[in-house]
Design a binder for this molecule. Structure first.
Ligand SMILES: O=C(O)CCC(=O)C(=O)O
Ligand SMILES: [Fe+2]
Length: 292
């Protein structure tokens, strides 16, 4: 049975900053085993690999916008479970739940795993969050990288902290807030293998009611996780636009993704940006930021 080697110090960073990076988490021989399991599945059962998409909700209709050259193994398919046995076991290994629950006082009781194959040639992900906390109880995203790549860095935008670029490396685990840490994958030149475990809680994230954005708002209310993610959307709008263009082919649905982003940012710039600007010289070191 594989075990996660996640030191306690990592969890305090995760709690404060909303993300953490852990190297040497499974050991090189285990990582090699998992990588070979994936390469074998690709060779013997390429039809088990499905297309990875960006989900676009437009006028209550769900549209799938494919990301060229990115495929995924979905473990709700029993044939995938059989082919990727060790990965499947790791995806239901409760040790990671215990570590996160004990370290962060969470109520994780469900793990969902997916493996991802990026074939290179510039394939990438646009900026996104992994969940809408009102829709499901996903709290932490755990991504385990199985090889070193050229390009294909994961970029996290844990506003109010600076963005960070993380190289995918064999035996590296990245943990972050599924609901409030924006992220993307830069174009990768070489094949890139990883799997993701989404850790969901019994209860939805308890986020306080959205405070009024008026002149009397306190600094701590302004840094409500929803306002932080919205402000970050306008802060990084150029990168966000570019990430959509890099990740998707020029189609009408890509145009909708772009138009929706620009429409959101127009509202954010009117209502939210001026309030953050007003407070920009206030020190925020003592604020307790909610991520989970
Ligand atoms: O491949 C990665 O590093 C991130 C993938 C991702 O963001 C996702 O699957 O939601
Ligand atoms: Fe993601």
């Amino acid at each position: 049975m594989l075990n996660w080697n996640i030191p306690k110090s990592v969890l305090s960073q995760l709690r404060i900053k909303g993300y953490a990076v852990v190297d040497g988490v499974l050991g090189p021989s285990n990582v090699e085993y998992l990588r070979n399991e994936m390469l074998n599945a690709l060779q013997t059962s390429p039809n088990l690999l499905s297309q990875n998409n960006t989900i676009l909700i437009n006028k209550n209709e769900k549209i799938l916008v494919p990301k060229p050259n990115i495929g995924e193994f979905d473990f709700t398919n029993t044939l995938v479970k059989q082919q990727l046995k060790s990965m499947d076991q790791l995806g239901s290994n409760q040790q990671i739940m215990k570590i996160l629950n004990q370290g962060l006082g969470l109520d994780i009781n469900k793990l969902q795993i997916k493996a991802q194959v990026n074939f290179g040639q510039g394939a990438c992900f646009p900026i996104h969050l992994d969940t809408d906390y009102k829709q499901d109880n996903r709290k932490i995203t755990a991504i385990m990288y199985l090889n070193d790549t050229e390009g294909g860095e994961l970029v996290l935008y844990p506003f109010p902290f600076d963005k960070v670029k993380i190289e995918p490396k064999a035996d590296r685990l990245v943990l972050f807030s599924s609901a409030f840490c924006l992220h993307r994958v830069l174009p990768t030149k070489t094949p890139r293998l990883c799997f993701t475990i989404w850790c969901a809680g019994k209860e939805p994230i308890k986020v306080p009611a959205l405070p009024e954005l008026d002149d009397n708002i306190t600094l701590s209310d302004l840094y409500h996780p929803t306002y932080r993610s919205l402000y970050a959307k306008s802060l990084y709008v150029d990168e966000w636009l570019n990430s959509i263009i890099q990740s998707h082919k020029d189609t009408p649905s890509r145009k909708v993704l772009i138009d929706n982003l620009l429409a959101d940012v127009e509202i954010i710039e009117k209502k939210i940006v001026p309030v953050f600007k007003k407070y920009q010289s206030e020190p925020i070191n003592n604020l307790e930021l909610q991520w989970f």
